[in-house]
Write a protein that binds this ligand. Structure first.
Ligand SMILES: [Ca+2]
Ligand SMILES: [Ca+2]
Ligand SMILES: [Ca+2]
Length: 344
């Protein structure tokens, strides 16, 4: 017994020393402003698993794959405060959340902790505002594929489920959506247009609602993904161009001072290409870029590319005036469908 206690005491001492040493390391890190990690979460339509990349040091990226029961998914989201990953399952037609997975090693099978009701037909991007989770569904609504429409499913996360509050039917086709404050920005699929619903969650009943304002983005063929960074007032939109060309006709547009430019463009008007930076061309590996995320601190654009080489996760920086830029990171991810950047 005595020997065991001594061993225990020794191991506690060793652990304490390690703990103290790591605290010192953390202090050093904080002094150097490197205490925060940057992570890119991704979903895909090839196997429905969740892959995240630690991109804190872009010369030493680590990849973690978490295996799910979904076989196709979109709309990835991660909340580090609650350690919860959420994605829209395109095989189970519901929101699915996975909690306490941050310590899971790559290759671990994870199970759904919080499930939503199976209301949707073709869920795509997810936008989160507090406890409200909005999913863009791009299935045809009225049985006529020639009339443009779509549905925005508004769920409330109760902690034990995603409860459907109401459904908004749109008069345009949906794909990417993002909240800025209480306003929901949505790309208008099959076009080069961007729409906004101001105070979107104030639409509390099932209804057909038109966007508050819609503008066209000059130089863009067919947009799909979008992201907005409020700190730098930067909007980024992807261009898949022709869906049938998944290899080399895609791109993305960076719009700085976005809010001023958006406000000064009239409803139905066009935001000029001269007010944007376009990245496209054979070096970019962009064929069908379906989603985008932005790190303002490093001015890095992350892309979920669904087509090129079967699917990739790409990162671009030193964008300058745009053009035919090669990505600085390039990871194969079959049928990549969405990206979400988070720091913690
Ligand atoms: Ca229709
Ligand atoms: Ca394309
Ligand atoms: Ca996204």
């Amino acid at each position: 017994m005595k020997r065991l206690n001594l061993a225990k005491l020794l191991s506690i001492t060793v652990i304490s020393s390690i703990f103290l040493m790591s605290c010192e390391d953390n202090d050093d890190n904080l002094d150097n402003d490197t205490g925060t990690g940057t992570y890119l979460y991704t979903s895909n339509n090839a196997n429905g698993d969740i892959t995240y990349y630690n991109v804190t040091d872009m010369s030493d990226v680590t990849t973690t794959a978490l295996l799910t029961s979904s076989t196709a998914a979109d709309g990835i989201y991660y909340n580090p405060d609650e350690d919860v990953i959420v994605q829209a399952s395109r095989s189970n037609f519901a929101l699915e959340a996975y909690t306490n997975t941050s310590m899971s090693s790559s290759g671990t099978s994870i199970s759904v902790s919080i499930a939503g009701s199976t209301d949707m037909t073709s869920p795509r991007e997810l936008a989160v505002n507090g406890d409200f989770y909005v999913v863009a569904d791009n299935a045809d609504v009225d049985g006529d594929p020639d009339t443009a429409d779509g549905r925005l499913y508004i769920y409330e996360n109760t902690g034990s489920s995603f409860t459907l509050r109401n459904v908004i039917t749109t008069d345009f086709k949906l794909w990417g959506i993002i909240f800025e404050g209480d306003d929901l920005y949505a790309i208008v699929d099959t076009t080069n247009e961007l729409a906004v619903y101001t105070d979107f969650l104030s639409n509390t009943t099932d209804a057909a609602v038109s966007a508050t304002k819609t503008i066209a983005i000059e130089g863009l063929v067919r947009t799909h993904g979008l992201t907005y960074d409020a700190t730098s007032d930067t909007m980024i939109l992807t261009d898949i161009a022709e869906a049938t060309n998944g290899q080399d006709d895609g791109g993305f547009h960076v719009i700085t001072n976005f809010m001023t430019k958006f406000s000064s463009t009239t409803d139905g008007g066009t935001l000029a290409l001269t007010d944007q930076i376009r990245v496209a061309g054979s070096e970019t590996m962009l064929g069908n870029p379906v989603d985008v995320a932005f790190d303002n601190a490093t001015e890095t654009v992350y892309i979920a590319e669904a087509g090129n080489n079967g699917g990739r996760i790409l990162a671009f920086n030193n964008i300058g005036s745009g053009g035919n830029i090669a990505p600085v990171l390039n990871y194969d991810l079959a049928s990549a469908s969405s990206v979400y950047l988070v720091k913690y």
